[in-house]
Design a protein around this ligand. Structure first.
Ligand code: BGC
Length: 926
């Protein structure tokens, strides 16, 4: 008998696909991942040399080591992320318990990890046994309808023990399921937002503990949601359909293996209750006097309820939810409550939550008189930015107003579940007391429940606030789809905004599941010709495929989200299956761009082309604030993005082993680059448009012929910045790359000056004005001009937050090495600047391989760098020092340091290859 000596690594954080212990998995061959942690913190060079996954039908079997579902055996491999399940075929509803053990670099075996599990959902559409049920009530294209309730009393025979029970539910609209008086799960806005003409997601819940033998009641609220509520930009309701409906089934398994299934059908009953109306944009109106107390419990008299309406099954796909669902993730207490007078016993208050956030308000009300409504109006800002009354003109037609009409109980709670608002300020009108205590009120923050995995911090507090604003901006604009804004009558999945921000999102949060879902939405919205639209899910008022701004083709830098977002998921998470399933769609898109451009000499969005030319460099400043599309020619942007897309796609093709395709797309990139040079680069190195963005794109996408022209372009770019008083003039398209282009081309000094600029346009201007999220416009509000055009002026728009990627990548200096996507290999390029604005900076990312971190600090004439390389990964560290010989690691000469190999210096920087572990370098300031 051999006893394994303890390995240097332990296994933790097991995941199936994108989630921990998911139920309702939609993959018949799910991928399994785990992370490794060093047993001894100081250890270096730790690796996994082999793994063994054991999967069993029960926890007990697994504990006995019996892999009755799968035993991978010892597999010599360093793979820890997205390992394909390769056991027995899996069936719908099957639960699998699994664990992993690994062998380290010295062949020592770890103990098995803690048990994880996954459970397969309903793999086959035919397994849905129920009918789509709802109420006959309908609103109009402008008239909201009440939410309805459905219920069914049923009994579970005694004599048998319930072993397990699962609820599978979906809707066209929103559903909130109840069993025996208890709400099922913690998700909100289920089933999420997809193009309901093509698919809807379902959720699966373990409801074993909510049932008992004897009398039971199943019930649900059904509300309009995205399906038939108001939809942004078209300003009317009922885009996808005019009545919401739900499809659900409850499967109860007894200890003898027998089952009982309850599915929605004509025997369910329906009624309305206290939710008079519920709309995402307009708000929720609750009249508690109409509450049907006990409706979701047995013993309730439903004799006055009517029969449900049965809706035709439209045959759309019903798919599992791959990513995180939307949840209430935190609560925020007011920082200020100001009484604003009263009208009889109805008091008015202005509440300041101190943070522009997305969600709703939860309020306890005591001693209210029945029938006296309380009105809640939400706003992001006040009239004079942070003083005065509510500023709501920028909401356009979104009312963002909730109403609660009390029943007159001693204590009641208002907590609306089918709406959300973007707000920092709240006006309460009609509160029944002269005293509103912070105890009784809070804001509930709602967004997709992904994990926070990144952090960035530096020596400048305004930059730290910018980072906070970036994070809040993303949280508020990722409510099942990435949206432009959360407050006005828009809230749409603008593709351009998503593409601009996706990398920053992935630095701060684990958005792998979130974007796995949205890339499917992208595919659903692709036009037959291959174009991706401006907004996804596509709620264009016009036919898909027509040449309008809102449909068919989103145009340069918007449609390109169809390549950039999936590519980013591959880069940051190594998600090969995602790009494989999206591959044909991307290839079709890039070929479509190329072929269409061919008719115009290779120019995309050529002025003579009849299609939609796009949004230009949206909201740039080079043509002045009122000219929203800026001066950079749309065809230049379009043509530049063909090169970029084609290059990204060539990388993906190669990763998928499609070498011929890779060459094809590289050829497209090369051809189009030549076109770009012919058309847009003058012999003396000017780039047409001569805007900051035209130089930024030419440099960032490597579109220039040689080093000399790169230098010229850089000089022109810097010249333009300086001419403006060291200010940017870029819009959505150029801003994300501006600082990167400067720092990558030797002008880190200018990049830092732009970062630190406090006059507008700049990233910090809004921060100096007290912003707690990213503003849509550089000049959303200025002391000189006041508010920008109320027609388009959101104070929570994440796009300009795309500078966040640069903070991680270049300031703290953590980047993924594209040769080993998913942070299997990391590039550290910390960028302290002698006499620069920052004296220290640090960032960390909990990647799918574990924590990667970089921190630097200037101390006297030296800089300290603390770098952490996750177990089983490697890194290259490029440290800005001209004197390699003076570099130390853990206070000793670097030459002898364990896990460090010096590589030839590059451009005056010391380069080291690092094995896993934590390092402390010290180097003289460059
Ligand atoms: C949205 C955007 C979007 C843009 C397209 C706006 O109304 O809010 O952020 O990308 O339209 O130009």
């Amino acid at each position: 008998m051999t006893t394994a000596s303890a390995a240097s690594l332990t296994v933790h954080s097991l995941r199936t696909e994108y989630l921990t212990d998911p139920i309702g998995v939609g993959e018949a061959r799910p991928r399994l991942s785990w992370k490794l942690a060093a047993v001894a913190e100081a250890a270096r060079g730790l690796k996994q040399s082999a793994y063994q996954i054991v999967a069993a039908s029960s926890q007990a079997a697994l504990e006995k080591g019996a892999g009755d579902v799968w035993d991978s055996g010892k597999v010599a491999s360093d793979q820890t992320v997205f390992v394909d399940y390769a056991g027995k075929p899996l069936k719908s509803g099957q639960r699998v318990y699994w664990n992993v053990r690994i062998w380290d670099q010295d062949g020592r075996q770890s103990t098995p990890s803690k048990t994880a599990f996954f459970e397969i959902g309903l793999l086959d559409r035919a397994e849905w046994k129920g009918k789509w049920v709802g109420s006959s009530i309908t609103g109009g294209t402008h008239q909201e309808a009440p939410a309805s309730m459905v219920r069914k009393a049923f009994s579970i025979a005694g004599g048998k023990t319930i072993a397990s029970a699962r609820l599978y539910a979906t809707a066209l609209g929103f559903y909130e399921f109840h069993l025996n008086g208890r709400r099922v799960g913690n998700d909100v806005f289920t089933p999420g937002w997809t193009d309901y003409r093509k698919r809807t997601q379902y959720q699966a819940y373990d409801v074993t503990t909510l049932l008992a033998s004897g009398d039971n009641v199943a019930g649900a609220w059904i509300a309009d949601g995205w399906y038939c509520g108001f939809t942004g930009n078209i300003d009317r309701r009922q885009f996808f359909g005019d009545q919401p409906s739900m499809l659900a089934q409850l499967v109860i398994t007894f200890d003898d293996g027998s089952t009982q299934t309850l599915a929605t059908d004509e025997s369910w009953k329906t009624a309305t209750g206290e939710i008079v109306s519920a709309d995402l944009m307009m708000g929720q109106h609750v009249d508690a006097r109409h509450a049907q107390v006990g409706w979701d419990k047995s013993g309730f008299d439903d004799s006055r309820w009517g029969a449900v309406t049965i809706f035709k099954d439209t045959g759309i796909e019903i798919v599992a939810t791959p990513g995180p669902t939307v949840r209430e993730t935190q609560t925020v207490k007011p920082i200020l409550i100001k009484a604003q007078g009263k009208n009889w016993e109805r008091h008015k208050y202005l509440v300041d939550f101190g943070q522009n956030l997305v969600g709703h308000v939860r309020l306890k009300i005591r001693g209210a008189r029945a029938g006296n409504p309380i009105r809640f109006r939400h706003a992001e800002v006040l009239d004079k930015l942070n003083t005065g009354g509510l500023y709501t003109t920028n909401l356009r037609s979104a009312r963002q107003t909730d109403v609660y009409t009390p029943r007159g109980d001693a204590e009641e709670t208002f907590d609306p579940q089918f709406t959300f608002h973007g707000f920092r300020f709240l006006e309460i009108d009609g509160y029944p007391s002269a005293e509103l205590s912070t105890e009784d009120i809070e804001a509930v923050v709602v967004h997709s429940n992904y994990e926070s995995t990144g952090s960035f911090e530096c020596s400048d507090e305004t930059v730290n606030q910018l980072q906070e604003n970036i994070r809040w901006g993303w949280r508020g604009n990722s409510v099942d789809v990435p949206t432009d804004c959360p407050q006005r009558n828009e809230r749409l999945g603008w593709t351009g905004d998503a593409q601009v921000f996706v990398r920053t999102a992935a630095f701060n949060y684990d958005v792998s599941g979130f974007f796995a879902k949205w890339t499917q939405d992208l595919r659903d919205s692709q036009s037959p010709a291959g174009a991706f639209p401006s907004i996804v899910p596509d709620t264009s008022p016009v036919e898909q495929g027509s040449a309008s701004s809102f449909s068919g083709d989103g145009g340069p830098a918007w449609a390109d989200a169809g390549v950039i977002c999936p590519w980013t998921m591959w880069l940051c998470y190594g998600d090969v299956r995602l790009v494989a399933s999206h591959y044909d769609s991307m290839a079709k898109f890039v070929n479509h761009l190329y072929n269409t451009a061919k008719e115009f000499g290779g120019i995309r969005s050529h002025p003579d082309w009849k299609g939609w030319h796009g949004y230009g460099d949206w909201l740039s400043q080079d043509a002045g604030s009122q000219h929203v599309m800026g001066l950079t020619p749309k065809d230049l942007i379009g043509t530049a993005f063909i090169v970029y897309d084609a290059k990204l796609l060539a990388q993906i093709a190669r990763a998928l082993g499609k070498e011929k395709d890779a060459i094809h797309f590289e050829q497209i990139a090369a051809d189009t680059k030549a076109v770009f040079q012919r058309r847009y680069v003058t012999p003396d190195g000017l780039v047409v448009g001569a805007t900051q963005t035209s130089y930024v794109l030419a440099l960032h996408f490597d579109l220039l012929p040689d080093e000399k022209s790169r230098k010229t372009a850089l000089a022109w770019l810097v010249n333009d910045i300086e001419k403006r008083g060291t200010k940017l003039a870029t819009g959505f398209v150029g801003s994300p790359y501006l600082a990167e282009v400067l720092s990558a081309n030797g002008r880190l000094d200018v990049a830092y000056k732009l970062l630190m600029q406090k006059g507008w346009p700049s990233w910090l201007f809004a921060v100096t004005q007290g912003a707690t999220t990213i503003w849509e416009r550089w000049d959303g509000w200025t002391p000189e001009k006041g508010f920008q055009d109320a027609g388009m002026n959101s104070f929570n728009h994440y796009a300009y937050g795309a500078i966040g990627a640069w903070l991680y990548e270049r300031v703290a200096g953590i980047d993924v090495d594209p040769s080993a996507p998913g942070y299997a290999k990391v590039c550290f390029t910390p960028n302290p600047l002698k006499d620069g604005p920052l004296t220290h900076a640090k960032a960390s990312i909990d990647t799918h391989h574990g924590v990667v971190a970089s921190a630097w600090r200037i101390e006297g004439s030296e800089i300290t760098y603390e770098l952490t390389v996750a177990p089983n990964t490697t890194a290259t560290a490029t440290l800005p020092t001209s004197d390699v010989a003076k570099v130390t690691e853990s206070d000793k000469p670097v030459s002898g340091a364990t896990g460090v190999k010096a590589l030839p210096s590059k451009d005056g920087r010391a380069v080291f290859e690092l094995q896993s572990g934590t390092y402390r370098f010290r180097a003289p300031i460059a």
